[in-house]
Design a protein around this ligand. Structure first.
Ligand SMILES: C[S@@+](CC[C@H](N)C(=O)[O-])C[C@H]1O[C@@H](n2cnc3c(N)ncnc32)[C@H](O)[C@@H]1O
Length: 303
């Protein structure tokens, strides 16, 4: 492996040159150990079929490693100064599309420019696959990973650096404190693993919390077993909304305008849930079956 090159002093001088102070609002914590940047790229196992979506170009260090491996890289940066800085590095690649935009249009949808650029790159690559690979800005890491599973271009996989606390929730199992809507949403459609835990020291500026590289590989069969992904995402959110309440209370409160208590009790009985069952005790396949029964009874329900 190559020695770390993106040092703190290199980054500080580059950013000072263009008058930029890292902005915590935009999650600007740069990886200063290039071995770890390399590890993110390696964990994505990139090849000529792969179209990469990177959110958060930063200085372009990860982009530069990925461009020679992939068919195309669409890299998105919100900060105009960083966009300019990275374009000096990235000009030499004819397979990199750099976008200067907020990747998220709102909490639940990507900016249309991002999806358009991804669509174009996918169409231009034979037998293409979409992979998200990024050192994500932490303030938007969860919506980015969650929303990509609902967008028009289904990813093959996602490899991302995120807060360890979010990574723990993604891989959590039933009965654990971290098991929740995010675990169910991700694991119902993908295999999930933590590849590496990272100390705050490998970033500049150092964030307050530990980070992790997470790898999420979509399983098309699992996805196909969920008839309405949007409905499933929302119902799972509703079932975990009040962790201290029993499952029944969460369903009654979410569905009050759509189903009577008698209808809800009938479904709970059919599923064999005890009156004191809590959502965090229910495994993913059972939650899927339960959500589908609710959808059959109340197809127009939304959160
Ligand atoms: C954690 S840094 C990663 C930078 C670089 N990839 C690296 O590894 O050093 C996150 C980057 O995402 C950018 N960013 C933050 N919010 C964004 C958003 N909503 N859309 C696009 N980029 C964003 C920040 O400006 C920052 O450059």
């Amino acid at each position: 492996m190559s020695a770390p090159r993106q040092t703190k002093s290199f980054l500080m001088s580059k950013l000072r040159e263009i008058g930029v102070e890292p902005n915590s609002r935009h999650g600007q914590n740069f990886l200063i150990d290039l071995n770890l940047v390399q590890m993110i790229a390696d964990s994505a196992d990139l090849g000529p079929r792969d179209v990469v979506l990177e959110i958060g170009t930063g200085t372009g260090s990860l982009t530069t490693l990925m461009a020679p491996l992939a068919s195309h890289v669409v890299t998105v940066e919100i900060d105009g100064n960083l966009f300019e800085l990275a374009s000096e590095q990235l000009l030499r690649f004819d397979n990199v599309t750099q976008l200067r935009v907020d990747a998220l249009h709102n909490k639940s949808t990507f900016a249309p420019e991002v999806m358009d650029a991804v669509g174009e790159a996918l169409r231009g690559t034979p037998d293409s696959r979409l992979k998200l690979v990024a050192n994500l800005p932490y303030n938007v890491a969860t919506p980015i990973l969650s929303n990509l599973l609902l967008c028009e271009h289904t990813p093959h996989s996602m490899v991302a650096t995120i807060q360890k606390e979010v990574a723990d929730r993604i891989v959590a199992e039933p009965w654990s404190k971290d098991y929740g809507a995010l675990s169910v949403w991700m694991q119902s459609q993908a295999t999930t693993e933590i590849v590496r835990i990272m100390s705050p020291k490998v970033f500049w500026p150092a964030p307050k919390v530990e980070s992790a590289i997470v790898r999420i590989v979509v399983d098309p069969e699992r996805r196909a077993a969920i008839p309405d992904l949007k409905y499933f995402q929302q119902i799972v959110r509703a079932l975990f909304l009040h962790r201290r309440k029993f499952l029944r209370a969460n369903v009654v409160s979410a569905m009050k305008r759509h189903l009577t208590k008698e209808q809800i009790d009938a479904v709970l009985d059919e599923m064999g849930f005890a009156p004191d069952t809590r959502t965090e005790q229910v495994d993913i396949l059972t939650l899927q079956a339960f959500a589908e029964k609710l959808r059959q009874l109340a197809p127009d329900w939304t959160l």
